[in-house]
Design a protein around this ligand. Structure first.
Ligand SMILES: Cc1cc2nc3c(=O)[nH]c(=O)nc-3n(C[C@H](O)[C@H](O)[C@H](O)COP(=O)(O)O)c2cc1C
Length: 170
């Protein structure tokens, strides 16, 4: 799959099968995070991998918007140093790399941002210095991935030269 194909087809999928993910695939996904750029190349992200079934169920209980993570094969909690002004951007770049790497291997994923923060910090020993930016769950899809991306037309999102000005590419 070309990079363009991956970007155009990748969906966020929340239903996973029981099929295990190999250690090699897991490592490739984590390597993709490591390869992301970060402001000043500071590489301040930290990632906690959860790949034990009962721990995934605990993770789901501590979530408010991602209980589907209980059925993931593994999940990654993405942390960044919260005092860095661009930390969420850095988290997003690492996250996107992981999701695209996974998709290229036939592995689907989804993310969530709602969780019981204090309980997450306690359970996973997350220091105050770090923001819990996002949790991403990975697995093979439960069924055929159907449905198209619903996206606004480019003209609604992109302007030429000035905010609100119709797109007019040279
Ligand atoms: C910043 C952000 C936060 C999100 N939070 C959640 C979430 O808490 N729970 C969830 O199930 N999906 C969450 N999603 C997934 C979105 O619902 C999904 O990316 C969107 O519907 C587009 O999906 P598609 O690419 O398959 O079309 C989040 C996505 C983003 C980018």
């Amino acid at each position: 799959m070309s990079v363009s194909d991956i970007i155009r087809t990748k969906r966020d999928i929340r239903e996973f099968s029981d099929r295990p993910i190999s250690k090699e695939d897991k490592l490739a996904i984590l390597e993709a995070a490591r390869m992301a750029g970060s402001g000043l190349n500071s590489q301040h992200w930290r990632f906690i991998v959860i790949d034990d079934k009962s721990e995934l169920e605990t993770l789901a209980r501590l979530s408010t918007t991602g209980d589907w993570v209980a059925d993931a094969n593994f999940a990654v909690i993405v942390l960044t140093e919260k005092n860095r002004p661009y930390h969420a951007l850095d988290a997003g770049r690492a996250l996107t790399n992981m999701q695209l790497e996974a998709w290229s291997r036939g592995i689907v994923s989804c993310i969530y941002t709602g969780f019981k923060e204090a309980e997450m910090r306690k359970r996973y020993g997350i220091p105050d210095k770090y923001s819990i930016d996002v949790v991403v769950g990975f697995g093979y899809p439960a069924g055929k991935v159907i449905g198209k991306k619903r996206r606004k037309p480019l003209e609604e999102l992109v302007y030429s030269n000035k905010f609100g000005q119709t797109l007019n590419l040279k």
